[in-house]
Design a protein around this ligand. Structure first.
Ligand code: FMN
Length: 329
């Protein structure tokens, strides 16, 4: 029987399959079912920075008539920590009581703001780690890519200044220069990078001539970008790497580990099939492949296909492209 144990963000995990953030990880009942089905950890459904800030500004508004300057100052300083969305915190507390696998809380954020103190509340509620989901469309015509990345980095640093929890950052693949950005995040002390977030997919209904944002699940084909970047970043960032996107069977999980991922996340496979049995299938598929290859544990093969020499790597990538393009011609 293959040994699937691993570590991620300093947490010891029984296997490398984590349930990714989605509506399935927003309720204690389904998180308990995910644990039973075999995942080694869950990333909770994201709470949005706007949700946290909305409550804060409501309180500011309510305090407008407050005459005691001292009380006002005290409340202002302490506000986000005291008034974050209680339901989310209570959800984390309930999950903590009901499951023993690690809970990774997720905050969808774009601005360093007072809400970062809310992260401390998540820590107190029983979170084992924090994932910052940098889900943001950079549509400001005056903001350059360097400014966007500097803003993200400042945000991450602000959060890391207030929590003791290990922090992971979930990245979009649409970053101009992912390598230096990933390295500056790791340099700032981020313990893990999640490659990648999947934006809500835009579609068009040609009859009503309106935009659609229907739930759009991945297929194993989307895995290629994740594989490429995991292989390239592996030796160049001193932090863990998680592949998120396209893991539907043991085959994709084995590929992610071969290029150097520490763990794989699963989301669409669970939502599309509405069957948590898929978790056991993925893990059994990985174990069966390891058995066939004679691998006893993940360390026997993890990172075997990572890009170790980046100078060569550049040439390799380019020469493969040239080869493919000229064969087609
Ligand atoms: C319906 C749905 C809801 C999601 N909600 C979140 C979320 O709240 N926070 C987050 O970081 N990612 C969210 N995601 C993205 C997933 O966690 C995951 O990164 C992405 O779907 C790629 O993995 P997959 O190919 O296994 O689906 C969501 C995805 C779907 C399909």
């Amino acid at each position: 029987m293959a040994d699937l144990t691993t570590t991620y963000l300093g947490l010891t995990l029984k296997n490398p399959l984590i349930a990714s953030s989605s509506p399935l990880t927003g309720q204690a009942d389904s998180v308990a079912r995910l644990e039973q089905a075999g995942v080694s950890a869950v990333v909770l459904k994201s709470i949005f920075e706007e949700q946290i800030r909305a409550e804060t500004s409501e309180m500011y508004a309510a305090l407008e008539g407050e005459t005691s300057g001292f009380a006002m100052e005290y409340l202002r300083a302490d506000l986000p920590a005291r008034l974050g969305p209680e339901a989310y915190i209570e959800g984390v507390q309930e999950m903590r009581r009901r499951v023993s696998i690690p809970l990774i809380c997720s905050v969808n954020c774009v601005q360093p703001d007072q809400w970062v103190n809310y992260a401390r509340k998540l820590e107190e509620a029983g979170a084992d780690a924090l994932e910052l989901n940098l889900y943001h469309m950079p549509v400001d015509p005056n903001e350059t890519s360097a400014q966007v990345e500097a803003r993200y980095l400042a945000l991450v640093q602000a959060v890391m200044g207030v929590v003791r929890l290990p922090v992971a950052v979930k990245l979009s693949q649409h970053v101009t220069a992912l390598m230096p950005f990933a390295r500056s995040l790791a340099g700032a002390g981020v313990r893990g990078l999640v490659l990648f977030n999947r934006f809500l997919q835009t579609d068009v209904d040609i009859e009503s001539e309106t935009l659609l944002y229907a739930p759009n699940y991945s297929t194993p084909q989307v895995l290629h970008e994740q594989l490429r970047w995991t292989a390239v970043l592996r030796d160049w960032v001193r932090c863990d790497l998680a592949v998120s996107g396209g893991i539907h069977s043991g085959v994709e999980l084995a590929k992610a580990l071969l290029v150097g991922a520490d763990v794989g996340y699963v989301c669409s496979a669970l939502l599309a099939r509405q069957d948590m049995g898929v978790i056991r299938e993925i893990l059994d598929g990985l174990s069966a492949w390891m058995g066939r290859k004679g691998y006893a544990c993940l360390a026997d093969f993890r990172g075997k296909l990572r890009e170790t020499d980046l100078q060569d790597g550049h040439g390799f990538e380019r020469s493969q492209y040239v080869k493919a393009a000229t064969q087609l011609a």
